[in-house]
Design a protein around this ligand. Sequence first.
Ligand code: PXG
Length: 285
Amino acid sequence: MSRQVYLAGKLVPAEQATVSVFDHGLLYGDGVFEGLRSYGGKVFRLAEHVDRLYESALAICLKIPLSRDEMAAAINETVAANEIKDGYIRAVVTRGSGTLGLDPNRCSNPQIIIIADAIKLYPQEYYDNGLELITSSVIRNHPAALSPRIKSLNYLNNILAKIEGMKAGCIETLMLNHKGEVAECTGDNIFLVRHGKILTPSLDAGILEGVTRNAVIELAAAAGIEVRECAITQHDVYIANECFLTGTAAEIVPVVKVDDRVIGDGRPGAVTRQLTEQFHELVRA
Ligand code: PXG
């Protein structure tokens, strides 16, 4: 069976799923997207992802020509048509095809694309042993320039940081904000554990409000672990007992070294392991 991609209101074979070279998503990164996961054919926190997609679109004055329910149905339809059980879904809304000028008003209609694919996970080794991060010299976008709350098609900020990390042999990279505080990684949120309490940067650090981040905060609260959303410095990271990242693709992945400093005892910590177990139960529920 050939892969089916949702494009312009219907499912088409992947080979025929093409967009215009005049699409402002391509010309200017003018658009928004979501990355979602399905477990056993059911999309995890679909409503939350759809809400974030519409909030991102609202923030860039992009009116999506579907209701939220219709978008959710289109995502489910694409997952079902591809017989995806444990998969990865990309939903993209671009400004649509326009002229070579910036003017978004010259774009006729937003383009909606939904792709459902097999999930490519981090190697198991990272979950077993933890990963190493460096801090990037590239700071996260200033919220007054392009808010990191918007999941836009402009990911160059993150990609530049990722390039720097990959050169240093790191699969993820820590990004600071314009105030020098810890913000997030290129495609994952960050958490610390210190003295049994969980710390994570607050939204006003200029980060994406991760769906996985919110799920982990709920799981921690349910387990009676205190979670503080607050300003975090690199120093806080270096002296943490545990560190882990959260993201749709990564789920929860332990971090054991940052900028050559060993975190805790250099092994994935007990709180990280407990939350990982709880998260696995949640997604399989
Ligand atoms: N921060 C940023 C900048 C992200 O892009 C997260 C945090 C985690 O959010 P969720 O909602 O996923 O818990 C993200 C999302 C990829 C890829 O291919 C990464 C993300 C989304 C889609 C694809 O690496 N990260």
